[in-house]
Ligand binder design. Structure first.
Ligand SMILES: Nc1ncnc2c1ncn2[C@@H]1O[C@H](COP(=O)(O)OP(=O)(O)O)[C@@H](O)[C@H]1O
Ligand SMILES: [Mg+2]
Length: 410
């Protein structure tokens, strides 16, 4: 067992409504309105308008541990990283952090807007206590990783948000820190860069640094981390092996996170879109998977239809199904609700993140209507062939294969 790198004890953080630092007119206005609203509601609800973003959080992280921080929006993940990186003070309890911290956080990545990319790299190194020569040694790596060569001498305030995040990530990942805190990087930037960040986090992890990694992407967490800490409403509800905690989280988020919001098309209200595996939300390769779409007709529909298609997050279609290829659906009167779907045997997608595109139709009238939101889902990392973890060498789909072995007799 290594030494403790991070130790949190009864960590709690309370925010007051409207306490957020303001830097825009819009936010200032929102805060004004929030204050007025608070005044008018206070009596009625007896509410003091504070929110406990963290509540009695205790854990210990050893040097070199790779930990995923899991939870829905508002669970307190960013607040936890902000407290650990000393951007914000806890209201109660304390956090001990041993070692230099590199962080890529949602807010305040530690860049000075007026300084150039080059100057900010040196500034960040200096803040970490690195000598100029040390920083110079890392400099080229950072610049080539961030792909900002041409803009090195441009003030970062003129960077696009993509460039900004790329540089922030490169600095956090390459400078010599013992601890790396990463908040939702994989949610920004293009798919190509996300992949690169993700590979970098993995290699940083292999080099023995301690990482706390926030992501909604369970497949990514399963690959990078050994341990998961699940937050819910600011408290730790699970802490343990990453696959166990990720499954637990996916099982408790249930349908509400795995389903698209209620939406509509010209002819239908879309009530629900879901994907499940034996009734549970954890989708596993080669098991039976059910897809269901519930709609209410806005007008009379002569020949209802449904098309669903599984895609990569880069919008590449992997496999599609059209209901009319299987069966006819009787007409649907305006106001009537129905559920159409498919049971898919031996679901072929390998572990990873995907999305499902949905079209609802009135085939007789050649109406093919695209449901605006696509449903994102994860295929869990489970043993597929023989049981080891599969990486990109195995592509997107599983094959139902049998090994064969022959050799000529001598
Ligand atoms: N600066 C702030 N001022 C007021 N409330 C905040 C502030 N930061 C976060 N919160 C609130 O604290 C809770 C946890 O937020 P956060 O840590 O951002 O969650 P997560 O990162 O898991 O989505 C939310 O209810 C959020 O609205
Ligand atoms: Mg957050």
């Amino acid at each position: 067992m290594g030494n403790s790198a991070i130790h949190c004890e009864s960590l709690s953080k309370r925010y007051r409504l409207g306490e957020r630092p303001t830097n825009s007119f819009r936010e200032a206005l929102m805060n004004r309105l929030a204050t007025l609203l608070r005044r008018s509601h206070k009596g009625a609800h007896g509410n003091d308008w504070t929110v406990w973003a963290l509540r009695d959080v205790s854990f210990d992280i050893r040097e070199g541990e790779l930990v995923g921080i899991i939870g829905r929006n508002g669970a307190g993940k960013s607040t936890l990283l902000n407290v650990l990186s000393r951007i914000t003070e806890p209201t109660q309890g304390f956090a001990e952090v041993r070692g230099r911290v590199g962080s890529l956080l949602e807010v305040g990545t530690g860049f000075h807007p007026e300084l150039t990319g080059r100057e900010n790299i040196y500034l960040n190194g200096a803040i970490l206590g690195m000598r100029k020569a040390e920083i110079a040694r890392k400099f080229d790596e950072i610049v080539s990783f961030a792909e900002i060569d041409k803009f090195l001498d441009t003030p970062v305030k003129r960077y696009s948000s993509g460039m900004y995040v790329r540089l922030a990530f490169a600095v956090a990942a390459h400078l010599e820190t013992e601890i790396l805190l990463v908040d939702e990087v994989l949610a920004v930037g293009d798919a190509q860069f996300q992949k690169k960040c993700f590979e970098k986090v993995r290699s940083v992890g292999r080099s023995g640094r301690t990482i706390l990694f926030v992501s909604h992407n369970m497949a990514a967490l399963r690959q990078v981390c050994q341990r998961g800490i699940v937050l819910k409403g600011g408290t730790v509800v699970a802490d343990g092996e990453i696959n166990v905690t990720a499954d637990l989280y996916l099982a408790t988020v249930g349908k509400s996170d795995a389903a698209v919001l209620l939406s509509e098309t010209p002819s239908y209200y879309v009530r629900d879109v879901s994907i499940s595996c034996g009734g549970a939300p954890v989708i596993k390769t080669m098991e039976q998977v059910e897809v269901r779409v519930t709609v209410t007709a806005k007008t009379d529909i002569v020949e209802p239809g449904l098309y669903v298609c599984f895609q990569t997050l880069e919008n590449m279609r992997i496999a599609g199904l059209d209901f009319t290829d299987f069966a006819n659906v009787p007409p649907l009167a305006a106001g009537e609700t129905m559920t159409l779907g498919f049971a898919i045997n031996d679901f072929p997608l390998l572990p990873g993140s995907y999305q499902m595109e949905v079209h609802v139709k009135d085939t007789a009238r050649a109406k093919y209507e695209f449901v605006p939101q696509s449903l994102r889902f994860e295929v869990a990392e489970t043993p597929v062939y023989g049981g080891r973890k599969l990486d990109y060498w195995f592509g997107l789909v599983a094959l139902n294969a049998t090994p064969q072995h022959e050799r000529p007799r001598s």
